[in-house]
Design a binder for this molecule. Structure first.
Ligand code: PMP
Length: 453
């Protein structure tokens, strides 16, 4: 699908690259060590780079373009809204925000019936924490080590992965704990049941040793994403809900990456019928076409702020263009059966393909996932499970794997020692199989870095 960029589009791309190098300060990167790929055009699950090469997008960018690029219904909705009302202060009601809130309240579980809109995921997490602190009158926040919660001050401190470390001054009130990860079990568990039981016992110990009366919230990605797509073992999520209820701790589900269909259900908590007190979302809510995030809030938390003001807000809270895009995205997902497609292709195509990779490639330590949310964990040695790249850094091996993918028409999502398979939820079976075939050959490159095949 789609036509190659024109010579004029390619020339604009070359100019964009030149100006990027001259004036753009990039996030998370040493400025002199990067050479950003220019994207000149995108459509559905394809995009074109500065050389006019067509790439199949297996990354959904930062796992946000859940409906692919340039979905015509969403583009039209943004254009229509732009012609009507581009922006309005958040204290005024507007139809785009009201309808987005109605749809989201209807989709989120339980009594999460009010929505506070933000500009993205990090500020959604921050506002959720602030609401929990004000609601409980407590300060501490528990968060998992293998997690990512955003790049702003409190959100990066809540993050468990090594990106926190240079930003951590030790005064954030966040305490980290170990969530389940059977392949690299901190609890020396051999089975899922043992992992669940020991991870919950560890969490209860942390609560008691930190003092329940000091803990406002437990913040948890329902399926940790950037940190490795560790689908929680049976019983864990229900156990977390039970412990937080027992100790009066607000349970904040971070569904910024896992929400809006990524796992094959509207929200990942729906897999375990768990209802958090607050649910943070962003990314997939409108596929990132216009920045948007938010927090869905339970009746009890909402009640706290009925008579007493919530001391927080944002100029662009519920931005009309972003909310119009959300309404169109949510409707397109439902009308076009995208979530069903993700659930079906995930089980029928991705799972068997990845299990086959694990059987044939010595570099594959483990494969895991759900819906359109999968990880291939690469190791140097399957016996010791030593990662192919150290946690928290890049490596020659991973760079070679990524380069091979790009040279062969695939834009992968790579993080530390993992390749994530996270294409758009509405990807076709044909495109999905094409991308998996390229990944299969890329794993031959990874196999070349294995210590003990
Ligand atoms: N939480 C999770 C689980 C995420 O994956 C991300 C982004 N990758 C964030 C929060 C932060 O979102 P944003 O970058 O939109 O601020």
């Amino acid at each position: 699908a789609g036509t190659a960029p024109t010579e004029a589009e390619l020339a604009a791309g070359r100019r964009a690259h030149e100006l990027d190098r001259a004036h753009v300060f990039h996030s998370w990167s040493a400025q002199d060590k990067i050479n950003p790929m220019t994207v000149v055009k995108a459509e559905g699950t394809r995009l074109w780079d500065g050389e006019g090469r067509r790439l199949l997008d297996f990354s959904s960018q930062l796992v946000n373009t859940n409906i692919g690029h340039q979905h015509p219904k969403v583009v039209a909705a943004i254009q229509e809204q732009a012609g009507k009302l581009c922006t309005i202060a958040p204290q005024h009601a507007n139809d785009a925000r009201s309808e987005a809130a109605r749809l989201i309240a209807g989709l989120t579980p339980g009594d999460l019936d009010h929505v506070f809109f933000t500009n993205g995921g990090a500020d959604a997490v921050e506002h959720a924490i602030r609401m929990a602190r004000l609601h409980t009158g407590r300060k501490k926040v528990l968060s998992a080590y293998r997690s990512y919660h955003g790049g702003t001050h409190l959100a990066i401190n809540a993050t468990g992965d090594p990106r926190r470390i240079p930003n951590d001054y030790g005064d954030s009130g966040v305490v980290h704990f170990f969530a389940p990860f059977l392949y690299r079990s901190y609890f020396h568990a051999a089975t899922e049941a043992e992992e669940t039981e020991r991870a919950l016992r560890h969490l209860e110990d942390v609560i008691q040793l930190e003092g329940a009366a000091n803990i406002a919230a437990l913040l948890l990605e329902s399926v940790p994403g950037t940190a490795g797509i560790m689908v929680p073992p049976a019983g864990y999520m229900a156990g977390v809900r039970e412990l937080t209820r027992k100790y009066g701790i607000m349970y904040i589900a971070d569904e910024v990456m896992a929400g809006f269909g990524r796992t094959g259900k509207w929200f990942a908590v729906d897999h375990w019928d768990v209802v958090p007190d607050l649910l943070a979302f962003a990314k997939g809510v409108n596929s990132g076409y216009v920045p948007l995030g938010g927090v869905a809030i339970s009746g009890a938390v909402f009640d706290t702020f009925r008579e007493r003001a919530y001391p927080g807000g944002l100029t662009y809270s519920g931005h009309p263009l972003a909310c119009a895009a959300a309404v169109a995205t949510i409707n397109a997902m439902a009308d076009e059966g995208m979530i069903e497609n993700a659930a079906d292709l995930g089980e029928r195509v991705v799972r068997p393909a990845l299990e086959d990779f694990a059987a044939r490639h010595p570099s594959v330590g483990e494969v895991r996932g759900v819906g359109m949310f999968w990880a291939i964990e690469l190791v140097k040695d399957r016996g010791t499970r030593e990662p192919l790249a150290p946690y928290g850094s890049s490596s020659q091996a991973m760079d070679a794997v990524v380069a091979f993918c790009k040279e062969n028409g695939l834009l992968p999502f790579a993080n530390f020692n993992r390749l994530h398979v996270v294409p758009a939820l509405n990807i076709s079976e044909e495109d999905l199989r094409e991308g998996l075939a390229i990944l299969d050959r890329a794993l031959d490159v990874a196999d070349g870095f294995v210590d003990a095949p």
